[in-house]
Design a protein around this ligand. Structure first.
Ligand code: ADP
Ligand code: MG
Length: 407
């Protein structure tokens, strides 16, 4: 069983200075936020704390300034998008996240006011999980809330150390992310099916290794499946594949067989002369990939098999597209999977999607709201599903007195 963590339900927020760590590290182009999902998802926690009478002090990183003040990585341009996400609630920006500047802005806040402090990574103490830097942050608040699930796999000062210095709580987004992933990993309603695709096996070995011990069925697609085809003695032509990972693939297949886990691999594939828009392409049986062609998507028969394998599923976790979905001609498999899983979710199954590209595919099709949950934390959700402890979560756990958190 997962130990339980405190949520903001347990926080007496009124009149308190509440430091909240969120993830405002959103894509920005020419000064405009191109995907505000992370802001929209954390805004309700900020709004709730403000409505409950807290002085809300928002902390975040942005980019990788490596401990230096890099103007292009200032959080200042995020002040307005954050205010918009809070239905126009005023947000005061502070030019630094510690010291006099931050203290002055925090002191000016009334109950229900919101401040955004400058990029915590402008100080090298952040990524070093430095105690002194964390203490400097801690002086600004009476309580700490972590709503940055997507940064919870990092043991940094504002995600980990700070939690040991103040009463600390999980925000609504953090709690929702953990709850969704726990629904997959702990006592899931069965059958539990994992659908894993994407580019490379090498980035998913640990994920597959952990999932194989939990799932009833494993569905494999995308470039990753090519290495499994290789492991079965098939040739994959010029497809993206990792021959040096064929042994890992064989080990995963053997472990699945030993546990009675069904593995669904492509039986037909879309192959293309080049992995480019406008390239010639056709669908072939998986054992007939020509030497000079690339596998770019799963075929219709494979989708039919996958649909059968998912027919009775009550819980599904999906990570990684089924093909090179960025190119419309090679997106059919990924789109079919997204539609199928949306239908499953509508039929009452729990469907959790993790991974930046899979999430993007679901958003593109307008199916995001239909899924049970789409994780905002790429790396963090994968590490969680690999069975690893997330430092930013560990520090929020209720522990018996005298047991130190791990960082
Ligand atoms: P996620 O972000 O959902 O975890 P990944 O990052 O693992 O997914 O993989 C996404 C990438 O995998 C996409 O850019 C997609 O083009 C690529 N991909 C999927 N199938 C193939 C394939 N057959 N050959 C090459 N690349 C592929
Ligand atoms: Mg990705």
């Amino acid at each position: 069983m997962m130990p339980s963590y405190r949520t903001i339900d347990a926080l007496d927020a009124a009149g308190k200075r509440v430091l909240i760590r969120v993830d405002l590290n959103v894509p920005v182009q020419n000064g405009k936020v191109t995907d505000a999902t992370r802001i929209m998802k954390t805004a309700p926690t900020i709004a709730e704390l403000a409505s409950r009478g807290a002085k809300v002090i928002v902390l975040s990183h942005f980019g990788r300034p490596k401990g230096a003040r890099v103007p292009a990585m200032s959080l200042k341009p995020l002040t307005e998008p954050l205010s918009d996400a809070l239905d126009g609630r005023h947000v005061t920006f502070a030019d630094d996240c510690i010291g006099d500047t931050a203290a002055r802005v925090v002191a000016s806040l009334g109950d229900g006011d919101v401040a955004l402090l400058e990029n915590v990574r402008f100080h090298d103490g952040e990524e070093a999980n430095d105690a002194g830097f964390a203490r400097a942050l801690a002086t600004l608040g009476d309580a700490y809330v972590n709503d940055a699930f997507s940064a919870a796999h990092r043991a940094h000062a504002s995600t980990a150390r700070l939690a040991s210095l103040l009463p600390s709580y999980a925000g609504r987004l953090m709690a929702a992310e953990l709850q969704a992933l726990e629904r997959v990993l702990e006592k899931p309603e069965r059958p539990l099916v994992a659908v894993v695709g994407g580019a490379k096996v090498s980035t998913k070995i640990e994920l597959l290794g952990n999932l194989i011990g939990k799932v009833d069925t494993l569905v494999l697609g995308g470039g990753m499946a090519n290495t499994f085809l290789l492991a079965q003695g098939r040739s994959v032509g010029k497809s993206l594949a990792e021959p040096d990972r064929a042994d890992d693939a064989r080990r995963i297949l053997a472990s699945a067989a030993a546990r009675g886990v069904e593995v669904i691999l492509p039986v037909d594939v879309v192959v293309a002369k080049e992995v480019t828009r406008g390239s010639e392409y056709k669908t072939l049986a998986a054992e007939k990939v020509p030497a000079s062609w690339h596998i770019v998507d799963v075929g219709k028969q494979t989708i039919a098999r996958m649909t059968d394998a998912l027919a009775t599923a009550r819980t599904v976790f999906w990570n990684g597209p089924m093909g090179v979905f960025e190119i419309p001609s090679f997106a059919a498999g990924t789109r079919a999977m997204a539609r199928l899983l949306a239908e499953k979710a509508q039929g009452g199954a729990t469907v959790v999607v993790g991974g930046g590209d899979s999430a993007a595919a679901v958003h593109q099709l307008g199916l995001a709201e239909t899924m049970t949950h789409i994780s905002t934390g790429g790396g963090a959700s994968l590490e969680f599903l690999e069975g690893r402890e997330l430092p930013g979560v560990t520090v929020l756990l209720d522990r018996p007195a005298g047991v130190a958190a791990n960082s």
